[in-house]
Structures are given as C-alpha cells and as structure tokens.
Design a protein around this ligand. Structure first.
Ligand SMILES: C[S@@+](CC[C@H](N)C(=O)[O-])C[C@H]1O[C@@H](n2cnc3c(N)ncnc32)[C@H](O)[C@@H]1O
Length: 277
C-alpha cells in the first residue's frame, strides 16, 4: 500500500536517484564492474567495427572505458556524456588527453545536437536508464550509414537481488521513500525491434550472462552495490534503514541459494549493433 501511495503521489525522481547512486560508487566502479565486464563491451565494439575517423559519441560513458576504446579504434573525435559528475570526473582523470567528456543527461544532450552529425554512437550498460525515444534521437543525429552499438543489462538481469530486496523492504515498509522506473529491455528481440522501428539495419545481436560466485552473503552484496547494479535501488530507501535492508537482502539471497553451496550473482545482458539505413 505504501509503495502504491508513493507511486501515485510522488514525482518520478528516477534520474536523480540513479545519478546519486552512481556518484556514490564512482571511485570503486572500475574495480567492481569494469575489471570483470569490460571484455563484453570490447566484444560489442568488435562486432560494431566503428568507422575510422569522424565524430563518435559514447552515451552513459561512466568512467570512460568504451569512450577510450572508441578513440583507440577510430582515432576520431570522441565525446563521452554521462549524468553523474563523479563518474565523469573519473573518466576525465583517466582519458582527458584522448577524449572529451561532458556532464549532461544523455537525452538532453542528444536533443540539442544537429541531425546527421555523428559517424558512430555507442551506449554501454546505460540504455535502460534512458527514455526509449533516445533511439529516435540517435538515429536522427547519426549520418547516413552511421553506426550504433549497444550492450545493456536486461530488465530481469539481477532479478534475484531485486526480488529479495523487495521482500526485505516489505518487512520494513516505512523505509520506502521513493521509487524508480528504469526502462531496461526484456530481450534482444525487443531491443532489435525498437532499433528497426527507428530506421536501423541490424548487423548483429546477441545475449549472454556472466555469473559471479560468492562464498559469503556480505561479499555478494558488496559486488551488487559497488558495481552499480543497485544504483538508484538503494536510493529508494531511507538512509537510516539502508544497512538493515541490505543485510536482510543478503540473508534472503543466501537462504534461497543454500543448496548450491555458493551465492551466484548473475548479470544477464543483451547487445545489438546496427547501421542507419
Ligand atoms: C553501468 S554504468 C555504465 C558506464 C560505462 N558506459 C561502462 O561501460 O562502464 C551506467 C552509467 O549510466 C549513467 N547514466 C544514468 N542515467 C543517465 C542519463 N539520464 N544520462 C546520462 N547518463 C546516465 C550513470 O551515471 C552511469 O555512469
């Protein structure tokens, strides 16, 4: 009832809560995410084969891994855009000599760009935070035959964590103070269909999962939080209850997986690369 009440009577603060979430973990994001997941972003870039030179844009660039790789591959003018000041600050510190980084909302930034102005646009692990109409703006701002590369978590990527977080929250309903409405895709098929609707020819599409195994619930929860999986989700609860709810979520996860002898944390993802027709 409380969740329903908040949903009906509060504004949508998704952008702000996600931004706060990533600001809080920016200094450890590379250790907990980039270190283990960046090979999947590199795989996306290999399938994409970005054109040499020209203008490239990396939306939701975070700490800049994909942005820098784009710069290495294309030797073009590469810009990274991200809504988190802290994530952008890390990217700037690492790659300021090769790429340009801007702190902005990706949709707002793209909406103000001229049509047919980019040769390649990527979005690594952030499309689900953006409105679906971003694909229309990507299509508009790409040149004829311009390329698009996407890799992202699916909506049910870490469903076990989300489910047990909600169970823990239901035991402490007063902790809920806000809600988020992410727009992650449900499958490769839905992403591909959206891309086609926005004028893209699909070059390749795929899906996969990456499983981490943890002996202890504390380290499983640490991975989920510091890698950004819980960004925006943790911010839905009152700070005074955060530790208790995280602890309880860990207990429930461990109990659910008790027969396995370890706690799996599974990232389920999709990718697609295409060309503007
Ligand atoms: C999982 S991280 C991905 C970072 C990077 N692309 C990578 O491959 O590691 C998601 C990023 O999306 C950014 N983000 C979320 N909402 C955004 C928005 N509305 N506009 C721009 N960036 C956004 C976050 O700040 C965060 O840096």
């Amino acid at each position: 009832m409380r969740a329903f009440d908040i949903y009906l009577n509060q504004e949508d603060h998704t952008k702000k809560l996600v931004q706060t979430g990533y600001n809080e973990i920016a200094s450890v994001y590379d250790t907990y995410w980039t270190e283990y997941m960046s090979y999947l972003s590199e795989d996306m870039l290999k399938r994409l084969k970005p054109p040499k030179g020209g203008n490239c844009l990396d939306l939701t660039c975070g700490t800049g891994f994909v942005t820098q790789k784009l710069s290495e591959i294309t030797s073009g003018n590469v810009t990274g855009v991200d809504a988190s000041e802290q994530m952008i600050a890390v990217a700037q510190k690492k790659y300021d000599d090769t790429c340009r980084f801007l702190h902005d909302d990706a949709y707002h930034f793209l909406k103000n760009q001229p049509s047919n102005s980019y040769n390649c646009i990527t979005c690594g692990w952030g499309l689900g935070y953006l409105p679906p109409r971003i694909l229309h703006e990507i299509s508009r701002t790409l040149c004829h035959h311009g390329k698009i590369g996407i890799i992202d978590n699916i909506v049910l990527s870490n469903w076990e964590f989300v489910l047990f977080f909600l169970v823990a929250l239901s035991e402490e309903p007063s902790a809920l103070i806000s809600y988020i409405k992410p727009k992650f895709y449900i499958s490769t098929g839905t992403l591909v269909q959206r891309m086609r609707m926005n004028g893209f020819k699909i070059i390749d599409s795929w899906k996969g999962e990456k499983i981490f195994r943890f002996d202890r619930k504390e380290t499983a929860m640490e991975q989920l939080i510091k890698s950004g999986v819980a960004a925006g989700i943790i911010q839905m609860i009152d700070e005074n209850h955060t530790d208790k709810i995280i602890k309880r979520t860990g207990e429930l996860l461990q109990r659910y997986h008790s027969l396995k002898g370890y706690i799996p944390v599974t990232h389920r993802y999709i990718g697609a690369v295409g060309e503007k027709k």
